[in-house]
Design a protein. Structure first.
Length: 178
């Protein structure tokens, strides 16, 4: 049996939200489930400046200017700070081990591409997220430069980044941002 244990309910008014919570409690009661009160919260997305994190994404209202200088707020989603930190950690786990210095750039790219494609499929749905995904692309190139220079015993581990970038590109490294 599978259970959905994460959910967000969007309502127009506080009264609708309170009614939705009552309905949820009734449904949960019939299913012999209990709502986690410490994790659950009622949040006015349109009245707050910050947003909320849910399933690795940060959701918040962002102002957008339309034709005629009309400003509207739209809901945008992008990777949360915690998700970005986890992505950087996974990149580091691939490039850091000393025994990987025997790998070629092609082998390193083969290791990264499925991860990059998975992250892109999940986090790249909103073009607004490209700003954040560019940071991970930059971090991957930085780590590949460190790998490239360690492999060649270069004292300045941050030099020759262009050579490393060209080698990674020739090996077929994918990008997160569009």
């Amino acid at each position: 049996m599978r259970y959905a244990d994460d959910l967000v309910i969007l309502c127009k008014t506080k009264e609708q939200a309170l009614r939705a919570i009552d309905v949820l409690k009734t449904v949960f009661g019939k299913l012999e489930l209990e709502m986690n009160k410490t994790k659950s919260k009622l949040f006015n997305l349109w009245g707050e400046e910050q947003g909320f994190d849910f399933l690795g994404m940060h959701h918040r209202k962002i102002p957008k200017i339309l034709k005629g200088n009309k400003e509207v707020s739209i809901l945008r989603s992008y990777p949360s700070k915690k998700a970005m930190k986890n992505m950087r950690q996974k990149v580091k786990e691939v490039t850091e081990p000393r025994d990987r210095l025997f790998w070629t750039m092609n082998r390193m790219v083969e290791e990264f591409n499925p991860k990059i494609q998975g992250w892109k499929n999940y986090y790249g749905l909103d073009s607004f997220a490209d700003k954040f995904l560019n940071k991970i692309d930059w971090y991957i190139r930085k780590r590949l430069t460190l790998f490239w220079n360690k492999k060649r015993n270069r004292r300045n581990k941050h030099s020759k980044s262009r050579q490393a970038a060209i080698a990674a590109q020739l090996a077929g490294l994918k990008k997160l941002a569009s």
